[in-house]
Design a protein around this ligand. Structure first.
Ligand code: ZN
Length: 240
């Protein structure tokens, strides 16, 4: 089976459509969503509907949670908070309920899905280094765990704690555990503007990082037309 692992779509319809087309061309028949379908960009409703149509395992992200509640977040930056306020006003009650009804953690056959980390999934901490990864490994019960939240694709293996690995083409060894960040579809932050996602081939036991070009100018234009902060448009072009 070939799974397309999508994370941090963040209401970027152009990026999501390009990724779905790439995944289907690469024979992915299954999809999973690691949360943060909304926030930052200008097409939250369309992205929710596309993910719903995939009818796939999906977990909740911190922006999904914030779009569903009414009070401002204590932790969001000004730009993120402005975008989430705009998102809340746009979404229907039904769409907001769907965002918050998804679980924080899902265990599938052979892999786990979580937005942020396994040691405290709803605390929204970040796995940014070997030390953070080692804390997550303590709670990992499947050979693979896919996560998002940092918008930076990376893999860790549990070898004497946690060790960072290159993710381009990763061969999974059956006696080890892996914690894999699928990168971000809609707002990459690793200085590569192209949409990121992973393909997990469960027969070949391979994980591959994919990068997909999309119409950034169109996404930026929509951000400006919606009156969202200009910085949210600019960062898409530089992958930051
Ligand atoms: Zn995010």
């Amino acid at each position: 089976m070939r799974f397309a692992i999508l994370s941090d779509i963040h209401a970027n319809l152009e990026a999501l459509e390009a990724v779905l087309a790439d995944a289907r061309a690469a024979q992915c028949g299954e999809f999973v969503c690691l949360g943060d379908v909304v926030g930052y960009n200008a097409n939250p409703r369309e992205c929710i509907h596309l993910v719903q149509a995939l009818d796939c395992p999906s977990v909740m992200g911190n922006h999904d949670e914030q779009a569903a509640v009414d009070e401002p977040s204590q932790e969001f930056t000004g730009d993120a908070e402005a975008a989430i306020r705009w998102t809340r006003d746009l979404l229907t009650e039904k769409e907001r309920r769907w965002l918050e009804e998804r679980e924080m953690l899902r265990q599938e056959e052979g892999f786990t899905l979580v937005h942020a980390n396994l040691d405290a999934p709803g605390g929204w901490g970040y796995v940014r280094n070997d030390f953070d990864a080692a804390e997550s490994f303590d709670f990992q019960r499947t050979p693979l765990c896919f996560f998002g939240h940092t918008h930076v694709p990376v893999a860790y293996v549990n070898e004497g704690g946690a060790r960072r690995l290159a993710l381009d083409q990763l061969a999974i060894q059956s006696d080890k555990k892996y914690l894999i960040n699928a990168g971000s579809v809609g707002q990459p932050r690793d200085r590569d503007w192209r949409a990121a996602y992973c393909i997990y081939d469960s027969d070949a036991q391979m994980v591959e990082l994919r990068r997909v070009s999309y119409d950034v100018a169109a996404a930026q234009e929509k951000i400006r037309a919606a009156g969202l902060p200009e910085r949210l448009a600019q960062r898409l072009a530089v992958g930051k």
